[in-house]
Design a protein around this ligand. Structure first.
Ligand code: GRF
Length: 200
């Protein structure tokens, strides 16, 4: 069983997809702890409903980013977390978290990276006029959505698509993709080789 720590800031629908896949026995993993920077995040309720320990760690209660991240590292270690999953966690990961979890921290992004990193990936894709967008699960490195790519799913952009409609269709793919990527890691089937993730 791989112990997961999930970091969220909001709705938590990806968290829910991960919890459900674990509970159904679809992957050899369990969510050991959920951490949020926003105590009002709806994902907090989702964790509570499944009796998963959930902690709100508010950055403004710490003197700087490093101290804040050290607290997160401490909690992740207390729960013996082996893989950190960012699921709508709206903060850039700093050197403290990276140092402890590089190669053991992944993120999901609502676009086909390296296109449209950062905020509002779906809106960026629409405005650019691409015909295909999608979702990406990748390892986290020091950049913004730049780490080695584990899995991607394509979603067709429709004529007259809206940000809402495209986001919804991408989200459906995210909910399938994230558990699949975690499964690969839990089964020891990913190997990072430079920029590439080899699936073995
Ligand atoms: C998702 O679209 C994810 O790709 C992005 O933030 C959103 C989080 O949604 N990083 P949720 O909180 O998991 O519902």
């Amino acid at each position: 069983m791989l112990n997961l720590g999930v970091l969220i800031s909001g709705r938590g629908s990806n968290l829910q997809a991960i919890i459900d896949a674990c509970e159904k026995g679809e992957l050899p993993a369990k969510v050991a702890v959920v951490i949020t920077n926003n105590s009002l995040a709806y994902g907090v309720e989702r964790a509570k409903k499944h009796n998963i320990p959930v902690l709100a760690i508010e950055p403004n209660q710490f003197k700087d980013k490093n101290t804040y991240e050290l607290e997160i590292v401490k909690i992740l270690q207390q729960h013996a977390v082996q893989l950190v999953c960012l699921a709508g966690y709206m903060r850039i990961i700093g050197p403290v978290l990276l140092e402890h979890f590089q190669g053991r921290m992944i993120n999901i992004h609502p676009a086909l990276l390296p296109s449209f990193p950062g905020l509002h990936g779906q809106k960026q894709a629409l405005e650019h006029g691409v015909k295909i967008s999608g979702a990406t699960v990748h390892y986290v490195d020091e950049g913004c959505d730049t780490g080695p790519i584990i899995l991607q799913a394509a979603v067709t952009v429709l004529e007259n698509d809206t940000e809402e409609g495209l986001s919804q269709r991408i989200l459906e793919q995210e909910h399938l993709l994230y558990p699949q990527a975690i499964k690969l890691i839990a089964e020891g089937k990913t190997k990072i080789e430079g920029r590439k993730v080899r699936i073995i």
